[in-house]
Design a binder for this molecule. Sequence first.
Ligand code: SF4
Ligand code: SF4
Length: 442
Amino acid sequence: MRKFTFGGGIHPLSDMHEGKAETRGREVIAFAPDQVVIPMDMHLGAPSVPTVAKGDTVLLGQVIATPTGARGIPVHASVSGTVSDVGMRQLVGRAPSMCVVIDNDHRDEWVKLTPLGTVETAPADQIIPAIQQAGICGLGGACFPTHAKMTIPEGKVVDTLIINGAECETFLTADFRLMLETPDRVVQGTRLAMRGMNVPRAIIAIEDNKPEAIDTMREAIKGQSGIELAVMKTKYPQGGEKYLISSLLKREVPSGGLPLDAHVVVLNVGTAAVISDAILDGKPLTTRIVTVTGAVKTPSNLRVRIGTSIQDAVAFCGGYTEPPARIFFGGSMSGIAVPDDTMPITKANNGVVALTEKQAVLYEESPCIRCGRCVRACPARLNPFQLKAVLDVNDDLVEAERLHIAECCVCGACSYVCPARRTLSSTIKAARDVIAARRMAR
Ligand code: SF4
Ligand code: SF4
């Protein structure tokens, strides 16, 4: 069997304990907390503006915030109940976010739902607007509004849709379980996305450490013309858009460009599944699957309501095995450390990983020994030790730009392989973010 791959990267199976064994056999369980805290800025782009006030009664799926700007999407109530607060809250590593807090009445009374049609009958020109109205953004972690990604600008041509089922991050099995348990939803969403964009070909890409998902999806696409399945070698960060495109199609996304520039749109398998929910059932995005693992009593895959707190999700999994030293949203390679477990799970969060004191040990960095491992591991073909040197010594952002720092995808592979424990990816990320913020302000 042909297996696709890319240059650089690391091998989680041989290089490290990938942390997936604890949850890969765990079926997805639905969980609804007593209260949800729903941020208005879960997607990339301008935040949405609340349309509800404290004391309002809301139905499940009701619009509670309307979009602003071209990439905006509405936000929907993920439970039915009463709005108990609308206000600013400090969330993960950003300025405070406007949030709507809803006390759950546990009745799950849905707002009136209006399906667009079947996979064959849904009007093609209404599919992308319906995706926007459903509040869908990329569930793989980036949270780019899906309707904006699928809108092909004048003069651009897209010939291939890639459905990303690589799930290369450590610890996470949410996409794996989704493909095993609801493969038809993934295929239906793929077909709808193909029709909405008028793209003739789709490739569902899965790493070879998920043979059950490969078999299940292969069966599900039988008779679906234009949809193929590609098996990828297990390698981190295979799920990065650029590396998928390079592996599967041998095309390069130009520096500073988008997959569109390589005639490709990439959607996560989870995004494909919620597209089918939106079009076939009229349901907006109110839940997502999240892997809850690490120092928890019963590591699990949960379908949580958007806005569920980490502590409620962990309590549903039996609580912590011991007080966690650190908690991440996402896996251990590119995840984001959270300040505490009151943080709400948003549309972007595919994993909650709690680490014990022993697991979360921080190493002292020592001088670079010029071994070159970070260079060989970097999928973006950067020179991480050189970038770190110019940033550490002179904080030289101009030189860092010249060294193509903007190409860093913050995968963390360089830090992972460094024998000197150099804080490469965090230093590079911090500088890259400063440069990006300055550009935005210009
Ligand atoms: S420099 Fe960036 S892209 Fe390259 S390995 Fe490090 S974190 Fe990944
Ligand atoms: S891996 Fe670490 S020690 Fe080796 S060259 Fe890179 S920064 Fe230096």
